[in-house]
Design a protein around this ligand. Sequence first.
Ligand code: FAD
Length: 385
Amino acid sequence: MDMQKYDVVIIGAGPAGSSLAYMLAEAGIKVCVLDKKNFPRRKVCAGGLPARIIDLIPFDIKNVLINDIREVSLTHNLQREFCKQYNKTLLYTIDREKFDNFLLSKAVESGAVLMEGVAIESISSDKGQQFKLETAKGDFSSNIIVGADGANSFTAKSVGLDPIDNRHVAIQAKVPIENIPKQYKEKIALDWGFMKDGYGWLFPNGSYVSIGVMGPQLSGLAVKSYFDEWLTRFGLKPNECEVEAHTIPHRITKRPITSSKALLIGDAAGLADYWTGEGIYYAIKSAQIAGRQINKFLQGDKKALDNYEDIINEEILLELKTSYSFSKLFNHISLPVFKNLRKYHYPWNIFCRIMSGERTFLDIKKRLRPDILLSKIFFKSKRNH
Ligand SMILES: Cc1cc2nc3c(=O)[nH]c(=O)nc-3n(C[C@H](O)[C@H](O)[C@H](O)COP(=O)(O)OP(=O)(O)OC[C@H]3O[C@@H](n4cnc5c(N)ncnc54)[C@H](O)[C@@H]3O)c2cc1C
């Protein structure tokens, strides 16, 4: 079999890989995206997209959006339920099979070569000049490779990168919508306070709901007990549900995500939020940053690939680190926060703006700067004189 040659080979065709393939193909770059699965493929996911993703994706995705969520049911440690609304979209729900397949079809329409059902067996490099990738369906050579192969990235291991600081484990069941109480058919339900660094969710996705929990990987069986109790809350029997589990990877320190001309994006780079587990937005955003830098590199800017990591640290890691710190603080004050959300409009409004993506954790942190806080106190006390 002849060796296939590309400027860029992307390993993994999830939201990160297909977004990058789309961008490079649009720029006229010879790109191949390959995935070990055939599409449409199943992906364990709650299927929640923050509203801000609409502005990030360069084409219309409304045909793959299912619910426009504006109402949330909240519980603390599975109790004290209350419901509240927001006047704008908090998040959209999607079916990952359809969403991922749609993004990939856009990449193929733009000219990216797709190889499906092809797992990478080995990656080697010729002193950083060309990569050679071996698969059961033939070999590839490429000037640049990008690992978009998810939480257990084979690419990362093959090029000597270890970007993950810690992981959550997430367990979920997809339940036909008619099997849950009807008040949950168009709103989401969230629970926290049961375990540190964990929460439970229920997201409606059309004909079914995703019900799941996530907790730190090292918490062992506690996550499963939480999951069983969360299912029971909705009148479901744990042993009658089809259960799926996966890890969610987090990079919260500046661990390397590039090695020579190999880059990591999305979950392969650990770019999922520690507090919420949300990773689709960051998968697409990191793909777009990689796309810009690869384009510059191929046009002669030799430093462009090295700069990729600094840009990710500036534009994504800062936010993920801030979310991590807020999450740790939240563990200690989750009950008072819960009570405040129930009672007062202002904290509820902030909560909704964060969920929809109108505000970031970094915005909130900047507003909490001691100097700003002191000046506010000083200004107010002067006014009160
Ligand atoms: C239970 C659960 C719920 C979640 N809910 C949400 C949510 O509601 N909202 C949200 O934003 N995020 C959520 N996430 C996180 C989200 O799923 C990921 O952050 C997102 O899928 C990352 O996209 P990606 O393209 O980087 O990787 P993936 O979507 O994982 O895609 C990686 C691709 O690489 C392929 N691949 C892997 N190894 C190889 C190989 N050796 N060769 C070739 N191909 C390979 C895989 O087949 C896969 O198609 C959830 C995660 C879990 C586990």
